[in-house]
Structures are given as structure tokens and as C-alpha cells.
Design a protein around this ligand. Structure first.
Ligand code: SF4
Length: 254
């Protein structure tokens, strides 16, 4: 089977391009594959699935969804071939550091991040939608990241247990994200985590760091508490009803 022939695996959109970030995405939540089978790309999604931006709008456009399905089918059909091709792609010149330091808030004591910022390194966001649906898939990403130490790989995840048990290279950073089925495993003081707030004011009042200016702040900002202001999809606004993402979880279990 020819997967994504002639296409680059890592893409950029208008939000990520100015920040030197490339993206790899699979579908959000449960998807029907071309052979008719169903796959849950976010096995530990919880209430997040009800307000997930990737289940509405442009993500549902036929061409967008079919590319995301093709991406995950490639991983499923030929995991090692996919990982080898991703590794090859990351060896391209465009993924080398620019040599111009990034203007990015970060913890100077985190040597990996500080060196990467100083070198003007490039970044890959793993998943605009979807998640690490199996530990073997996370392991493949871990190997890919290890093969490209100049590039910073980052992701948000609901797979808290899987990620906590994994041994990841220093240039692969993962933010534990509220809204899943393993929220109780997140330690707000010790774990870098993300919560979604109805407004920037509420985010700040809760003592969280707003990553709006640059998505990379989710993994570089000198704090464990990453805040995201809720997207303005009408359906999401209605379902959030003024609550945080973690509040959705709490309300559900009342
Ligand atoms: S885990 Fe992420 S992509 Fe999946 S349903 Fe939840 S918010 Fe959407």
C-alpha cells in the first residue's frame, strides 16, 4: 500500500509556521477507517470529547479528515516504515536550528530547553488532534525524537498513566492535559499540566500561565501550570458553561 506518496508527513499551518513548529496529526476520538473498522484515537478522552475543537469545524472537512485518517492508517499498517520515513524527513535542512536564539520565556535551569532556545531550534507538535492511542505508538515517537536531538518534540495528552511510565528523551516534552479519564493521576504541583479556562482573567486568577502567545510555552514556560483559554466554538461555549476543563470532570462525577 502506498501511504501519502509524495507528501510530507509533517505539515505547518498559519498559526504554527511563524513559530517554527511542524505538526503531525491523527483524527480526534473515534474514527472509521477505510476498511470499515473503528479506532479510538483518544482512548482516555473523557469530557474533553464533548468540547473538542477537533471534532467540529474545519477538522471535519472531507479533505482534512481524510488526510488525518491516512496518517493513522500509515502508522497502523506499517509502523516501522512510518517511523523510518519520519526520521528521514526530520534530517532535512529545514529542521536544523536557525542559530538565532528564540524569544521565548523558559526556565534557564532546564538545560535542554535553554540550549534549544539559544540555538533557535525547530519544533514538532505531535498531535493537533488525537493522542498516543497505544504505548507502542508512543515508543515510536520516543525513538523518532531521540534520532533528532536538535528538534524539540512536544504534545498534550490524556494518556497520563502511559506517559508517566515512559522513559522519554530530554527533547520530547509532554503536557498532561485535563479532561480525560485519568485526571486523578495528575499532580497539579509536580506534573506539567494544562487546564482550559473560560477566560484569560479566570486563568490568571487561578495562577496559571497563558500559552496563547506561542504554543511552545506549554513546554518551555517556567511553571508547571499551563492555562488555555477555551476556544470560541458555540457548541463548546455552551457545554463549558463557564467551567474549566477540570471542572467538567468534577461536575460529571458529582
Ligand atoms: S483527547 Fe484531545 S483530540 Fe481527543 S477528544 Fe479529547 S480534546 Fe479531542
Amino acid at each position: 500500500m502506498t501511504h501519502l506518496a509524495g507528501k510530507r508527513l509533517l505539515t505547518q499551518n498559519s498559526e504554527l509556521r511563524p513559530h517554527g513548529i511542524w505538526n503531525w496529526t491523527i483524527p480526534a476520538w473515534i474514527v472509521t477507517l477505510n476498511d470499515g473498522s473503528r479506532l479510538n484515537c483518544c482512548p482516555n478522552a473523557g469530557p474533553c470529547a464533548r468540547v473538542c475543537y477537533a471534532r467540529f469545524g474545519t477538522y471535519r472537512f472531507r479533505n482534512v479528515l481524510s488526510r488525518h485518517v491516512a496518517n493513522v492508517e500509515y502508522v497502523l499498517d506499517d509502523p516501522d516504515g512510518w517511523a523510518a520515513r519520519m526520521t528521514d524527513e526530520l534530517a532535512a535542512r529545514r529542521f536544523r536550528p536557525t542559530g538565532t536564539p528564540r524569544d521565548l520565556d523558559h526556565d534557564p535551569d532546564d538545560r535542554t530547553i535553554a540550549d534549544w532556545v539559544a540555538a533557535g531550534g525547530r519544533a514538532v507538535r505531535v498531535h493537533d488532534a488525537g493522542d498516543f492511542f497505544a504505548s507502542w505508538y508512543l515508543n515510536l515517537w520516543s525513538g523518532i525524537a531521540a534520532s533528532a536531538p536538535d528538534v524539540l518534540f512536544y504534545a498534550y495528552t490524556k494518556e497520563v498513566e502511559m506517559v508517566k511510565a515512559a522513559s522519554l528523551p530530554a527533547n520530547f516534552r509532554i503536557v498532561l492535559s485535563y479532561g480525560g479519564q485519568q485526571d486523578e493521576l495528575i499532580d497539579r504541583d509536580r506534573d506539567r499540566h494544562a487546564d482550559v479556562f473560560p477566560s484569560a482573567l479566570e486563568l490568571a486568577a487561578a495562577g496559571y500561565y497563558d500559552q496563547e502567545e506561542n504554543d511552545l510555552l506549554a513546554v518551555t514556560a517556567p511553571t508547571n501550570r499551563i492555562g488555555i483559554v477555551a476556544n470560541n466554538l458555540p457548541v463548546a461555549i455552551r457545554r463549558f458553561s463557564g467551567r474549566t476543563m477540570s471542572g467538567l470532570v468534577e461536575r460529571r462525577s458529582d
